[in-house]
Design a protein around this ligand. Structure first.
Ligand code: FAD
Length: 310
């Protein structure tokens, strides 16, 4: 049924799952008021391996004066990066691969723009063809190259995808991967009506873009819409209401993702976005509606008022 395309198995080396790839900006395309697509290009991307879906990667941002001069080149780049003095530590942010064209040595990332208040959004707003970039992503030659994919539906009948604009690239990539017979719905909250992007989805999956009212809080459309959808499609409950451990989203990462592969029939839900909205949905879906937690992945992609640590 809805099993994702298998991550191709090949004769692979025993090497780290992720490594740094040097690239540069090949193209910049404004998709809508809120989304900017940056196509990265570079010979090293021939070895960039991913099965797509919600593949997360790290975007390493250049420092204004020293660029990437201090960024550690070795396998333990993260450990070494953490030891650098702050002024030499390149900001690192997490993004989703929207598309990979290995044969063209190209990778697309869709940035949800939120002004100049964070280094990643600021970088994207000012990106020009030729600008250098360092991406830390899956190494095609590593056996661990599926690291960073959390969409694991198993053989379910119905999917529920929900998120805000930061999850839109992942939701769109997942929708495009679904088999023609897939059923369910995708709910995507975006800043404006013009941010409803074109996406290919199976006929049985109802895709709804939910523009926020001007000045409304993140989650203001998503939370009630998910509750409504859940009431419609979770008629047959998969478990009783469960106690949900509280997560302090100002201190901890909200990341509650099941293995999922053994699921057979029923529903699988995937939710990502601003952490307090996802927390409210977790409390509702698992704590009140009784959705079996093995059937739902909750991911706090960012937290309002907090920069990503990196
Ligand atoms: C697995 C994963 C995949 C992700 N994929 C994508 C993706 O494909 N595209 C994408 O755009 N984002 C994605 N995100 C979210 C992205 O990492 C965050 O939005 C990140 O904080 C942006 O970094 P920044 O440097 O712009 O802002 P930061 O320096 O991290 O934050 C600065 C300030 O901006 C606020 N802020 C951060 N993001 C937003 C936002 N979207 N809207 C309003 N305020 C914000 C913060 O709360 C903080 O107050 C993903 C996150 C994760 C964990």
């Amino acid at each position: 049924m809805l099993t994702s395309p298998a991550v191709a198995t090949r004769a692979l080396d025993d090497r780290p799952a992720f490594r740094a790839f040097r690239a540069s900006v090949g193209a910049v395309r404004r998709l809508s008021p809120g989304f900017l697509r940056v196509t990265f290009t570079g010979e090293e991307l021939a070895g960039f391996g991913t099965a797509g879906l919600d593949q997360r990667v790290k975007v390493v941002l250049p420092l204004p004066e020293t660029g990437y001069d201090a960024f550690p080149a070795g396998e333990d780049w993260y450990g070494e990066w953490r030891l650098l003095p702050e002024r030499l530590r390149n900001p690192i942010r997490t993004y989703t691969i929207r598309a990979v064209r290995q044969e063209l040595r190209e990778v697309d990332i869709d940035f949800a723009l939120h002004g100049d208040g964070g280094p990643a959004s600021r970088w994207a707003r000012h990106a020009r063809v030729g600008d250098p970039m360092l991406l830390v992503g899956p190494d095609d030659l590593s056996t661990g190259r599926a690291l960073g994919i959390d969409w694991r539906p198993g053989d379910v009948d119905t999917v529920l995808l929900a998120g805000d604009e930061t999850a839109a690239p992942a939701i769109c990539a997942i929708l495009e991967s679904l088999p023609a017979e897939a059923r369910g719905c995708a709910l995507i909250e975006v800043p404006t009506p013009e941010d409803a992007l074109a996406v290919e989805a199976p006929a049985g999956v109802d895709v709804r873009w939910l523009p926020r009212a001007a000045g409304a809080a993140h989650g203001s459309r998503l939370v009630p819409s998910v509750r409504d959808a859940a009431a419609r499609i979770m008629i047959s409950r998969s478990g009783g209401a469960a106690v949900v451990a509280d997560v302090d989203v100002d201190r901890e990462l909200l990341w509650d993702v099941p293995e999922g592969r053994s699921l057979d029939g029923g529903i699988y839900a995937w939710l990502a976005g601003e952490a307090s909205a996802i927390k409210a949905l977790r409390r509702y879906l698992v704590g009140e509606a009784g959705l079996d937690r093995r059937r739902v992945a909750f991911m706090g992609y960012w937290r309002l008022g907090r920069a990503e640590l990196g």
